[in-house]
Design a protein around this ligand. Structure first.
Ligand code: ARG
Length: 423
C-alpha cells in the first residue's frame, strides 16, 4: 500500500514547496492537493490548477460555498466580530478542513498536511478539526522552520512553478465574507497604505444609496424585497456596498498565540448585514436581552476566531441565540454613506416598542400617568446618594482630626483607635 497524504493546496508559494517536501523529507509516495472553494476569486483556482498541473499533482477542487455562506449568516445572527473583524478567514477554516478530511478519507490517505507557519492562527484552526480524526497531521513549513526566502530559493533550484499571483507583496486571503491583506509594507503599523491594497471597496464619495434587507428569525433572506440564497445575497452586497466604500478595517489584531499582526480587511456585505441585524434587534429585543446577548455574542465570536465553531459551548450559546432571534423578523433600511452602512429605518411585527408610549405628544402610557414616574425618580440613585454623603462626611471628619492635631502620625493613630473601637 502506498502512503498518501492530502495537502491543503492553494498554489501559493508555501503549499507549492510542500509538495516535493512531503515526498522527500517525509517519505510519502503520493501527495494529493485539495483546494476548497469558499468564494475565492476565479483567478485563484486557475492558478491552483496550473500549478498543480506543472507539479504533476493530483488536484481536487471542492465547492463549499453554500455551506460556508450559511455559517456566515449564523455569524450575523450572533453579531460576530473579533476586534472589529467579521471573521471571514476564521469561519472558513473549519469548513475547509472538513472538506479536505473527507477527500483524504475517500482517497485512502493516512495523513493531512497544511502549509501554515508556526506563527498564525490557521495552523490551530486546521488541526483542531484534523486531530479529531485518526489521520497523521503534518505542517512542513512549521516543522522544518521554513522562511519565505528559503522557500523562494528552494523553488528556484527545483524550478517549481511559483511566479504570478501576489507573492512577495502581501499575503492575501479572500473568501465570500472577507478579504484580508497582511505582510509586506503593512507590517509597519505606521505605514499608511494606499488604495492599491483594496479590491472590493472604492474610496467613499458624496454619493449614497439605500437597500432594504428582510430578516426571518435573524437570517437575512431578502434584498429590496427579492428573495436571495445566502451566496447570492453576500456577493450582491459585497458588490453594492463596496461601491460606496463600506467595510474597510485596519487593525492591530491579537492572534491566538499572543502575537499582534497588522491586518487590513474588506467586508462590505458583512458590515451591511451585521449593522442591519443589530438594528432590528434594537427594535425587537428587551433591554435585558440586549444587555445579556453581548456576552453570548462575544463568546461566540471568540470560539469562531479560534476555529472552534463545533465546541459544545457554541451549541449552548446558540440555544440563546436561536431563542432571541426568533423575533428578529422584519426589515431594515440601510444607507451607504461616507463609507458607513447606517441603519436608517426598521420595522417588525415583534417590535418591543410603542410609539405612543415613547411619544412626546401623549401624556400617559395606557393607564400609567407621567406623574407615576415621580416615585421612581425619587428612588433613582438612592444608594449612590447615601454612599457619596457618607464618604463626604468621613472626609470632613478626617479634616477636623487633622486640623486639631496637625500631625499625620497622630492622625494614623487616631484612625487605628477608631478601628479598634469599632471591633
Ligand atoms: N488574521 C486573520 C485571521 O487569523 C486573517 C488571516 C488571513 N491570512 C492572510 N494571509 N491574509 O483570521
Amino acid at each position: 500500500m502506498t502512503d498518501r497524504v492530502a495537502l491543503a493546496f492553494s498554489g501559493g508559494l508555501d503549499t507549492t514547496v510542500c509538495v516535493p517536501l512531503l515526498e522527500e523529507e517525509y517519505g510519502y509516495d503520493d501527495v494529493i492537493g485539495v483546494t476548497v472553494d469558499v468564494g475565492q476569486p476565479d483567478e485563484e483556482f486557475v492558478e491552483a490548477e496550473a500549478t498543480a498541473e506543472a507539479l504533476d499533482l493530483d488536484h481536487y477542487i471542492v465547492d463549499a460555498r453554500a455551506e460556508f455562506s450559511e455559517l456566515c449568516l449564523d455569524a450575523v445572527r450572533a453579531n460576530a466580530t473579533y476586534q472589529g473583524y467579521p471573521l471571514g478567514t476564521a469561519l472558513a477554516r473549519p469548513v475547509i478542513a472538513e472538506k479536505i478530511l473527507s477527500v483524504a478519507q475517500e482517497q485512502g490517505c493516512t495523513a493531512l498536511a497544511h502549509g501554515c507557519t508556526g506563527k498564525g492562527n490557521d495552523q490551530l484552526r486546521f488541526e483542531a478539526v484534523w486531530r479529531a480524526s485518526d489521520m497523521d497531521v503534518i505542517a512542513p513549513v512549521r516543522e522544518l522552520g521554513l522562511t519565505r526566502e528559503w522557500e523562494m530559493e528552494y523553488a528556484a533550484e527545483r524550478d517549481l512553478p511559483v511566479e504570478g499571483g501576489n507573492e512577495g507583496t502581501w499575503s492575501i486571503d479572500t473568501n465570500l465574507w472577507s478579504r484580508s491583506v497582511e505582510g509586506g509594507d503593512l507590517e509597519h503599523p505606521e505605514h499608511v497604505p494606499g488604495t492599491e491594497i483594496y479590491e472590493w471597496t472604492e474610496n467613499p464619495t458624496a454619493e449614497t444609496a439605500e437597500v432594504e434587507i428582510g430578516f426571518d428569525s435573524g437570517y437575512p433572506v431578502t434584498l429590496d424585497g427579492e428573495s436571495m440564497e445566502p451566496v447570492e445575497l453576500i456577493e450582491t452586497l459585497n458588490d453594492l456596498a463596496g461601491q460606496y466604500g463600506v467595510g474597510r478595517t485596519d487593525l492591530m489584531e491579537d492572534r491566538m498565540l499572543g502575537l499582534k499582526v497588522r491586518e487590513n480587511y474588506e467586508h462590505p456585505a458583512a458590515t451591511t448585514l451585521l449593522a442591519a441585524h443589530e438594528g432590528l434587534e434594537q427594535l425587537v429585543l428587551t433591554q435585558e436581552e440586549r444587555q445579556f446577548l453581548t456576552q453570548v455574542d462575544q463568546q461566540w465570536a471568540q470560539k469562531a476566531y479560534e476555529g472552534l465553531i463545533d465546541a459544545p459551548l457554541v451549541d449552548a450559546l446558540e440555544g440563546f441565540i436561536d431563542v432571541t432571534n426568533q423575533r428578529v423578523t422584519g426589515s431594515v433600511t440601510v444607507r451607504f454613506e461616507g463609507g458607513q452602512a447606517r441603519v436608517v429605518g426598521r420595522e417588525s411585527e415583534y417590535a418591543a416598542y410603542s410609539a405612543s408610549a415613547a411619544s412626546f405628544d401623549t401624556a400617559s402610557v395606557g393607564d400609567i400617568e407621567q406623574a407615576d414616574a415621580t416615585g421612581v425618580a425619587k428612588y433613582h440613585g438612592f444608594q449612590s446618594r447615601l454612599a457619596n454623603a457618607a464618604s463626604e462626611a468621613s472626609q470632613t471628619d478626617a479634616k477636623i482630626v487633622g486640623d486639631e492635631t496637625d500631625s499625620t502620625a497622630e492622625h494614623a493613630v487616631s484612625n487605628e483607635a477608631d478601628d479598634t473601637a469599632a471591633e
